[in-house]
Design a protein around this ligand. Sequence first.
Ligand SMILES: *Cc1c(COP(=O)(O)O)cnc(C)c1O
Length: 429
Amino acid sequence: MAENTHGFETLQIHAGAKPDPATGARNTPIYQTTAYAFRDADHAAALFNLQEVGFIYSRLTNPTVAVLQERIATLEGGVGAVCCSSGHAAQIMALFPLMGPGKNVVASTRLYGGTVTQFSQTIKRFGWSATFVDFDDTEAVKAAINDDTRAVFCESIANPGGYITDIDAISAITRAAGVPLIVDNTSATPYLCRPIEHGADIVVHSATKYLTGNGTVTGGCVVDSGKFDWSASDKFPSLSQPEPAYHGLKFHETFGPMAFTFHGIAIGLRDLGMTLNPQAAHYTLCGIETLSLRMERHVENAVKVAKWLENDLRVDYVTYAGLESSPYYGRIEKICPKGAGGLFTFAVKGGYDACVKLIDAMEIFSHVANLGDTRSLIIHPASTTHRQLSEEQQRAANAAPEVVRVSIGIENVEDLIADLDQALAKATA
Ligand SMILES: *Cc1c(COP(=O)(O)O)cnc(C)c1O
């Protein structure tokens, strides 16, 4: 298929997939197998030497997962992708070829809460560290990059505070510094934002959210733009220098723009084992087929609900980049022209107690710690995900006691507004 000439809506259904060569099955079969028979000893040797691409063992590659990898890479405009067992696995897999003991990643302060924990605490066990800065302050981003920086990390649309990163401005800085820019595109999806077109080198996803879209799967993906020159400096020896585990093979020299992707499979999945299972890949493939339709409705509903809330006297404020009142409204046209996504927060007059009552009174909205589902979801961070933090820390994380987060689903929007209306009445009575 001439993929470059087709539109997003065509590619989300067809990219990477063709009728099954063995059976003609039109939908991508779930290849529920651990291993693959080699043609002969020479074939096996060529596969193990990375001289021939093929299937060896499903920790590394699987035909169902391979279709999903090509599908997501195509939608993001990348050259290759590696699927992983979760979004958090994808983040480790993205950093793994770049980092080493003593090296750091410069990260935005506006990130998914779990990523803040992963970067500020857990990666220290590998001898890596993260420096958090405000990505609206480009001078601060420049100043934070030092000789030991190996990556810069941000989200396109940041979950959940209604923030949009000026990816063009940040990528100009990372290009000049010779370090790759990794963008977490989970909240936007490639339908709303294509980070590679704005200069991102690597894109990561939690496929758990909108890509699958219905709350059935935990999965992730790392997409490579193929544009970063790993050999331009001595900073990325895993990609530019001989690899002892493959007889001194140099990934960048051998695989060119596919170096990062091949390293992700041949070293990352082989040794870290954060593999996506074929059943999950199948669910995500099914979900992606309707991505554009769902994102259009998520955005349409989110705008209507956010506007209704903003005009309601029981609500203090709404942080959603899709509202004209947002300081980030002006970035939509450049970064995510089809809309600012389906997530936002709002503050309820009456504070913590009113929020808890609101959550308990919701009928259509589900009280869960997830986002990007067809169903509308709600959570009160101060009493759940952020309850261990002091009030000061909660405010800094956009999780103040009076704030609730919503992930607006694709239900009938009048029903969603009516549900919020009745729950706000009970919460503020
Ligand atoms: C959920 C999420 C993650 C983590 O993904 P998991 O699949 O839960 O591991 C990372 N980034 C963002 C923006 C997310 O929403």
